[in-house]
Design a protein around this ligand. Structure first.
Ligand code: ADE
Ligand code: ZN
Length: 322
């Protein structure tokens, strides 16, 4: 059975990381930018390991220059996601790449993305909401401007704040100002942790930043007391198995911790992270889970239910989608 048409909810997707390579190559040509080092001979993204992946990601971002570029990107991403049965999606947006952290410029990018989301909903039947992310390896000082951008523009579309980037940089408490700012503005919170960091990083992220969801969180499996805390507190993990396998954050599919986390009562969801970088789609994620763990219709219905419950959109939007 193909899971392509099965209704899916995706909570963890990086907007630029979802850009089809052909789209980025087209923009590079239009703008006369040489991005040849970013692509493999067969047209995919070329990188070696996580650190280099982040560099290639940021190089690809250099041709996404204007709000109009983001409008086009958003429509391309929505068409692709909807073609894999995704009915609701949350995307990470970085003011650092959209106007350099300036609130006025950010408003223009956000307006372009939001108008594309409305168009995409009409055309493809998929609902999109945004989560602003700061970039961890840009350092704690640089986490403040994205939080202010998020606080100034939160509303029906912009629902949350989070942090992506190299988990090796700093400790969660170093970024507390940004998360406090976003929380006080009424935004929902999530943060990448336990993708590269250990269980202590997941625990400190929960304690020091007060997030509701954790991006990845898979290394929590190394501390069963923490796993039980996640289960008891109903913390939702945005797990991206295909990303973890390709980047070697975890072992191969049969060894991936998602099944053990779920069996121990943790609320897990499934997402693609940066799908073209990892040669994945939501359909492929479901196929991988079926192959590795024998998951089927009931399991996937539960995943979708958990994800929609944990979505950052308002209750009316959830009711409409359910
Ligand atoms: N930014 C884009 N993808 C990411 C990942 N998997 N981990 C951390 N930051 C990211
Ligand atoms: Zn991510």
């Amino acid at each position: 059975m193909t899971w392509r048409d099965f209704p899916k909810v995706e909570l963890h997707l990086h907007h630029e990381g979802a850009a089809p390579p052909a789209f980025i190559r087209g923009l590079a040509q239009e703008k006369g930018t040489d991005l040849s080092a970013v692509f493999t001979e067969d047209g995919g993204y070329a990188y070696r390991g996580f650190e280099h992946f982040l560099q290639v990601y940021e190089a690809a971002c250099t041709v996404l220059k204007t709000p109009e570029d983001y409008h086009r990107l958003t429509l391309a991403v929505l068409e692709e996601s909807a073609s894999h049965g995704v009915v609701y999606s949350e995307t990470f947006l970085s003011p650092d790449f959209c106007g350099g952290g300036d609130v006025g410029a950010w408003r223009d990018y956000l307006a372009a993305i939001e108008s594309a989301a409305e168009e995409g909903e009409r055309k493809f039947g998929i609902t999109l909401r945004g989560i602003v992310t700061c970039i961890r390896h840009f350092g704690p000082e640089k986490s403040r401007a994205p939080a202010i951008c998020a606080a100034e523009t939160q509303g029906t579309f912009l629902r949350g704040f989070g942090m992506a980037g190299a988990e090796q940089v700093g400790r969660p408490k170093d970024y507390r100002w940004a998360f406090d700012c976003a929380r006080e503005a009424g935004l929902h919170l999530t943060c990448h942790a336990g993708e590269w960091g250990g269980p202590d990083m997941v625990a400190d992220t929960l304690t020091d930043l007060g997030v509701e969801r954790i991006g990845h969180g898979v290394n929590a499996i190394r501390d069963l007391a923490l796993v039980d805390r996640l289960a008891e507190d109903g913390v939702v993990l945005e797990v991206c198995p295909g990303s973890n396998v390709v980047l070697k954050a975890t072992g191969d599919w049969p060894k991936h911790p998602i099944a053990r986390l779920r069996e121990r009562g943790v609320k897990v969801t499934v997402s693609t992270d940066d799908p073209p970088f990892f040669h994945t789609t939501m359909t492929r994620e479901f196929e991988g889970l079926e192959r590795a763990f024998g998951w089927g219709e009931e399991d996937f219905a539960e995943l979708t239910h958990v994800a929609l419950d944990a979505a950052f959109c308002d209750a009316e939007t959830k009711d409409r989608i359910r």
